[in-house]
Design a protein around this ligand. Structure first.
Ligand code: ADP
Length: 167
C-alpha cells in the first residue's frame, strides 16, 4: 500500500551551488510531504556574497526536482517562518551533517520555535555519502580544478570551475 504524503514543508538554504547532498534531502522530503517548497535565500545571511544569483540557483534546483512532481523552488528574503506561513507550510525541513550543523541548528530551532510555535522544524540526517559535502567545500575543490562531478548536478559541474575563475 502506498504511504500517504501529508503536509507541506519548506527546505531553506543558500544552495550556492546546490549539491547532491541538498538534492538528497529535498528528494527524501518529497517522499514524506505532499508538497515541498525549496526556499532559496535571496539575501546573503551567513555569507557575504554568493557565486550565483538567486535566479541561477533556482534554475539549477528546478531542473533537478521537476521529476518529483511535488517540489517547487522559490526565493525568499524574509524570516523563514514568515515564508513558511506564506506557503501554508507546517514544517521546515533541514539536513544535518556534523556536530557543527547541530550547534547552529539547535540555536535556530529555539529562535524559530519562539517566533512560530505552530511550525515544526524537522531534521534529516545527511545520507552517509554526503555527510562531508558542502557548497563551500565544492567551490574550494572546483576553484583549484578538482573534479566535482560526483558532488553536484552535472549542469553545475559543467560550469563551476569556469564561473569561479572569472572573479
Ligand atoms: P551549505 O551549508 O552547504 O552552504 P545551505 O546553507 O545551502 O548549505 O544548506 C541548506 C540546507 O541543506 C541546510 O539544512 C543544510 O544543513 C543542508 N545540507 C547542506 N549540505 C548537505 C548535505 N551534504 N547533506 C545533507 N544536508 C545538507
Amino acid at each position: 500500500m502506498a504511504v500517504e504524503r501529508k503536509g507541506r514543508a519548506v527546505c531553506p538554504g543558500s544552495y550556492d551551488p546546490p549539491t547532491l547532498g541538498h538534492l538528497d534531502i529535498i528528494a527524501r522530503a518529497s517522499e514524506v510531504f505532499e508538497q515541498v517548497t525549496v526556499a532559496v535565500v535571496n539575501q546573503p545571511v551567513r555569507k557575504q556574497t554568493t557565486l550565483y544569483t538567486a535566479e541561477q540557483r533556482v534554475a539549477f534546483i528546478t531542473a533537478e526536482v521537476e521529476k518529483h512532481g511535488n517540489v517547487q523552488v522559490k526565493t525568499f528574503d524574509t524570516l523563514i517562518v514568515d515564508f513558511a506561513r506564506a506557503e501554508g507550510a507546517n514544517a521546515i525541513v533541514k539536513g544535518l551533517r556534523a556536530i557543527s550543523d547541530f550547534e547552529y541548528e539547535f540555536e535556530m530551532n529555539q529562535l524559530n520555535r519562539k517566533m512560530a510555535p505552530d511550525i515544526e522544524s524537522i531534521y534529516m540526517f545527511a545520507s552517509p555519502q554526503y555527510t562531508f559535502l558542502s557548497s563551500s567545500g565544492v567551490k574550494e575543490i572546483a576553484r583549484f580544478g578538482g573534479d566535482v562531478s560526483d558532488l553536484v548536478p552535472a549542469a553545475v559541474a559543467a560550469r563551476l570551475g569556469e564561473d569561479l575563475n572569472k572573479n
